[in-house]
Design a binder for this molecule. Sequence first.
Ligand code: ADP
Length: 273
Amino acid sequence: QNAIAMPERQAVTGKKTEKGQPPALQLMKIRKQFGEHEVLKKIDMNIGIGEVISIIGPSGSGKTTLIRTVNRLETLNGGEVVLFGEDFIKGGLSLNRQQVRSGMQRIGMVFQNFNLFPHKTALENIMLAPRYHGTTGNAELNRQQALFLLDRVGLLAHANKYPHQLSGGQQQRVAIARTLALSPDIILFDEPTSALDPEMVGEVLKVIQELAKEGMTLIIVTHEMDFALSVSDRVVMMEHGVVQADARPQSILKADNSTPELLRIREFMGIEN
Ligand code: ADP
């Protein structure tokens, strides 16, 4: 029974990051250009352990680029990323491979288009995750854990199906289970529901919501405004490569003329005045 290792999780503690404990993630003056186009303009952001952050904003504002830089899928033109108090990306300075590798293992990412291996079953896709990262060699343990994770996302009965035999929502849930197999401490979601038919969106959001309740640190790029308001500790709005607003849902919902800085985010979210 003990052989089935649950992914480690942060304890849920109302206030989350404790005094003196570093945040899960610190972005400091993050800059990114594509050619002459400045896509991220000195972004600063702190994300506490167990915090759930939704990133919203118009298309092209830099949301996806931001989370891709955090996961080292894009290089930076400037700035630093500190992960649980340790240097992870430091402009110009190369960190040693061990630092980068251990950091990479702490960050999971879920993509818009699932990125499953098409010729592997749901179960195999998940079992491949840890091996891909070279962390464990015990096949039976992998299998047990993969089944356990499939059950968690409600897909045990579909373990032996191939991606093309699954709906988009089911494929995305497999992709989430695969990410969990790596026992990340932070999960980045890049528009996880935007490739889905409307009737599939709810089942994926429900899985993400459960992770949030369990205290996982989540950063979610999303266009689902109701979801962002209900699940997040903070909603961050980006516009033209800067953070336009960074506020708690309650503050956004209560905002009025005395908080003009929140009127734009309300407008973007479609909240009636
Ligand atoms: P969002 O996620 O908010 O829609 P993105 O981060 O995807 O925005 O894109 C921000 C800007 O960067 C856009 O103008 C986009 O065209 C540009 N961009 C993104 N990726 C690349 C790339 N690989 N090469 C050139 N430009 C890019």
